[in-house]
Design a protein around this ligand. Structure first.
Ligand SMILES: *Cc1c(COP(=O)(O)O)cnc(C)c1O
Length: 415
């Protein structure tokens, strides 16, 4: 078997898929771009780019306002995107799908509205030791304003949640568990069914951060019985500026509004105002109209390929990359969970991750270096940062070879 041999999957036409992404044909420093930073943001297929352009060129207007055709059409397209997201997550109702600016905004919405509006001093929130800053800092702000207690569930050296320790943190004061579904640094897929069941046993609600999950594996919020689920559009091959908050209807109904303004009201008077029904109650102001429509196109794109096919392709990349990188001298993988997505974080000898990323960039390879918005996790592993290669649906074994050769070059420079 040659190093670059791709397992032949008749239904996974990698060349056709790559041809959908115009940017993948570009060069950097005279080398074909080898984009392995999908965990930070994914590239966009022509289907998404064309959809956005089509809307701006053909029927752009504000939503929910005009009685004229452009406004009616774009309102229908915006609400159709919501239905696409609903179906993608298998939510019960479109009322449970709130569009936000990104995952960070979605978590902050829950932190402000549920955290500050519903939780009380002495209540407890449990997070894990592998959260993105977006799922740490909003809860710290809640703690500092309300006096709730923030607890952190530990992870093992492999990067897996220590379930016994997690269960031991849960008490009848636990009101919310906020955890990642897939770690952006380690690729760990957390045991969400058990996490949710244990939290519900003590009467706590659960928020899952699906920012690194929804592009790799199917999510069924009803089967999970999860209370809140958030993700960000730009990592799911959609545009920037769009995120999603799923929340159970009865919980969202009981929560106070987060931001006030246009679109979120039923009526306004100086003595007091009343709120619009879900989901408008949480979408104050002109929403992310075209971004939401672009996200809908991205979900259609991913669904047409099929998450099962994508998962098979990425599992092949993960096992190939794990084997290939493990053979590189001085390379230490950080994150070796039994169940993980195609993300490889590592250190390489004494080379600083920023130097590694800069050197491999000369070979056209795009990887992320640093703390990956997870400083406490870096502390957990005793490293200031890592280099991270994160794969997506269009990556190939040949690109892993390019990465490996570039890393060997780093070793020659520092060795
Ligand atoms: C990227 C990411 C976020 C934040 O996404 P934004 O688009 O920056 O809001 C949150 N959590 C995880 C796990 C992420 O990977």
């Amino acid at each position: 078997m040659t190093a670059t041999a791709q397992i032949h999957d008749p239904i996974y036409d990698i060349d056709a898929i790559r041809a959908d992404f115009p940017i993948l044909a570009k060069e950097v420093h005279g080398k074909p771009v080898c984009f392995l930073d999908n965990g930070a943001s994914a590239q966009k297929p022509r289907q998404v780019i064309d959809k956005i352009r089509w809307v701006y060129e053909n029927e752009y207007a504000n939503v929910h306002r005009g009685a004229y055709a452009f406004s009616e059409n774009i309102t229908a397209a915006y609400e159709a995107a919501r239905e696409t997201v609903r179906a993608y997550l298998n939510a019960r109702s479109e009322k449970e799908i709130v569009f936000t600016g990104n995952a960070t905004a979605a978590i902050n919405l829950v932190a402000y509205s549920y955290g500050r509006g519903v939780l009380k001093a002495g209540d407890e929130i449990v997070i894990s030791d592998m959260e993105h800053h977006s799922n740490i800092v909003p809860w710290q702000l809640v703690r500092d304003m309300t006096g709730v207690v923030l607890k952190v569930a530990p992870i093992s050296d492999d990067g897996e949640l220590v379930m016994d320790a997690y269960r031991a943190l849960l008490t009848d004061r636990t009101k919310l568990v906020a955890m990642t579904h897939v770690s952006n640094v380690l690729g760990t897929v957390t045991p969400v069914e058990q996490i949710i069941a244990a939290a519900h046993d003590v009467g706590a609600k659960v928020l899952l951060d699906g920012s690194q999950a929804v592009m790799h594996l199917p999510v069924d919020v009803q089967a999970l019985d999860v209370d809140f689920y958030v993700f960000t559009g730009h990592k799911l091959y959609g545009p920037t500026g769009i995120g999603v908050l799923y929340g159970k209807e009865e919980i969202l109904n009981a929560m106070p509004p987060f931001m006030g303004g246009g679109d979120m009201i039923a009526s306004v008077a100086y003595e007091g105002s009343t709120w619009a029904d879900l989901p408008a109650k949480f979408e104050a102001g002109t929403p992310q109209i075209v971004q939401a429509i672009g996200l809908g196109a991205a979900i259609d794109y991913v669904s047409a390929i099929g998450l099962d096919a994508i998962a098979r392709h990425e599992a092949d990349l993960l096992s190939y990359a794990t084997q290939r990188l493990s053979s590189i001298e001085g390379l230490r993988l950080i994150g070796t969970a039994a169940h993980k997505t195609a993300v490889l974080s590592f250190t390489l000898g004494d080379a600083h991750p920023h130097d590694v990323a800069t050197i491999v960039d000369r070979e056209g390879v795009c990887v992320r270096a640093g703390h990956h918005c997870a400083e406490p996790l870096m502390d957990r592993f005793g490293v200031p940062g890592t280099t991270r290669a994160s794969m997506g649906l269009y990556n190939t074994r040949a690109e892993i070879d390019t990465l490996a050769m570039a890393l060997e070059k780093v070793n020659r420079i520092f060795g």
